[in-house]
Write a protein that binds this ligand. Sequence first.
Ligand SMILES: [Zn+2]
Length: 408
Amino acid sequence: MSAQAPTDDFRERVLEGRRMAESGDFQAAEGHFRMLLDETRGRHAGNHVLAMQSLITLFGRSGRYLEAHVLAQGIARRAREIGQEADVELSFALGAICGALSQLELFEALGAALADLRAVLDRAPTSRLQTELMYHAAAGTHARGCGDFERARTHQSAYRRLVEDADVEDVFRWSLLMGQAQLAFHEGDHARARRHLAELGDGDTTPMFHRLKELSLSVGIFAKLGQTNEARAAAHEAVTILESVREQSGLASGRIHEGSLLAGSLEQLGELELATRVYDLVAAAVLIRLRQVDECTRALPELGLDDDESAAVLAHFRQRFLVEQRQLLRRVANLLTSRGDDYVQALLARSAPAGMVAICAWCESVRPSDGRWLPIGHYIPREGSLDLTHTACPRCAARVHAAWPVAG
Ligand SMILES: [Zn+2]
């Protein structure tokens, strides 16, 4: 890498790949960009970086944040070796890293990446609109995740000014309103949150996953405002979308976060049956995401990132995801326990339908369809979607039953 510019004919070939992505054929685009990556490795630094950037953008757009993150780290590492003349490449890479980490809600790593990005943006001779937008969006998410609402508002205002002053794509306006609604919700101003959401419109033309985000937040807001009928209607629409996107493994992270929020609101509404179903869908997405970490680790050599640092970052993410999974299972165990001893006993008696994987909410063991109970780390789901149901394994059901106060 250097400040070396990509060649014109190479730019033309990159555009060819972008057109494939725009037509929705992500797989063809990925094959194309990987070919360009192999071709340019060790040959033309400018062309090679452009191929990597195109692949990062593609991964980001298809929800493959882990791959986007490790590739961007590869660029950032090399840009730092070169020094300030590679700042354009460095700010692109850091922007992509911040975007990926905020989608994955890995706030500790995000905080460090944001500080790096701010430093590079501040020493840039000209402002870079897209990267500034990414910075303030990610910094706002980070502040909100850390409970610092004042800092979140500051970033939101900066983001709003950029959006209002410039001719940007609709998705940035959507993000602005969504961010405002989320912040108001977390601050406890539910009426203001509802007003921001209403500004988003009726959702007819909204992409499906954006609609899911709107709905899962709506359910929470309506539930807090005591509008239970509206909350239930939005919840049913949200569950329908969650079901319909479960085949799309790229959306696993989003499904986990939206689903967790939704399940919590459903519990509040007393919709325990629906909450249980949402937890099943979320837990499947958690396992899929763990599989993605392993796949990504295996793919590192192909991406030209066969180094210890990339592998260590993925191993760290895997640990964090396992912690998230444990927290989720505790919520499910509490929910199932709250439904009563009879319910837990019925779970045990009920055999999981064919093709469905059962997971014990108490001890985290997994039973693949007609298999034996295994510790969760020993089970990696194969490709494709995953049907999963929470239950109690025989040992835990007996323990829960014994702990239950005897009736009468
Ligand atoms: Zn168990």
